[in-house]
Design a protein. Structure first.
Length: 199
């Protein structure tokens, strides 16, 4: 995630968003379950990600100190990230500008809350069924999608992320400016999302 002063804020924001989504989907779903249930030290891969974003935040702060003109660009990047990108991507930049007092794990709260809600049912069969469905969606998202190729299609990926976690499968809005080939690929990908199972 370079800082290139010649690039526009929306491009930098899209790059942060893509990198964060790729990193999240590389983490075993079981780590999210461990973290949600309070076994945070056992969620090794997730902890590595959270440690890494602190490192990126600190690197940006040093960059801002040495190159004030870059900081000016990132003020606009932060605004773009806050509006529509992944919360963790926004946290990295907002925290580097000292705009945020939250922690990286706070940005994952909606995902962790869903897992806690499943366990709160205290219905063992239901817990296993729902976790299996979430795990299937999460694995599918990590293995089947070409994040690099579609990194700028942010509305589509926001829909995918919501579908993977909520189980609410619906027809996504596909940007009209895309080529017919791209539109067909996105519709095919959305149809490939595992359907809800007793959720």
């Amino acid at each position: 995630m370079g800082s290139g002063a010649s690039r526009i804020p929306s491009e930098i924001g899209a790059e942060f968003h893509t990198a964060v989504c790729q990193a999240i989907f590389r983490i075993p779903f079981s780590d999210f379950v461990k973290y949600a249930l309070g076994y945070t030290k056992k969620a090794l891969f997730l902890n590595n990600l959270l440690d890494s974003v602190y490192d990126i935040r600190d690197k940006l702060r040093r960059e801002f100190m040495n190159r004030p003109q870059v900081k000016e660009i990132y003020v606009n990047v932060e605004k773009a990230l806050e509006q529509r990108y992944h919360p963790l991507a926004h946290w990295i930049v907002a925290s580097s500008l000292q705009y945020s007092v939250a922690t990286p794990s706070d940005t994952l709260a909606p995902n962790l809350k869903l897992i806690r809600t499943i366990f709160a049912t205290r219905d063992f069969d239901l817990v296993l069924t729902r976790l299996a469905a979430l795990n299937q969606r999460f694995t599918y998202g990590g293995q089947m999608y070409n994040w690099q190729k579609w990194s700028t299609d942010l509305d589509f990926w926001q829909y995918v992320d919501g579908a993977l976690w909520s189980g609410k499968i619906a027809t996504p809005v596909v940007s009209p400016h895309l080529s017919s080939e791209d539109r067909d690929e996105r519709r095919l990908a959305s149809r490939g999302l595992p359907q809800p199972s007793r959720i």
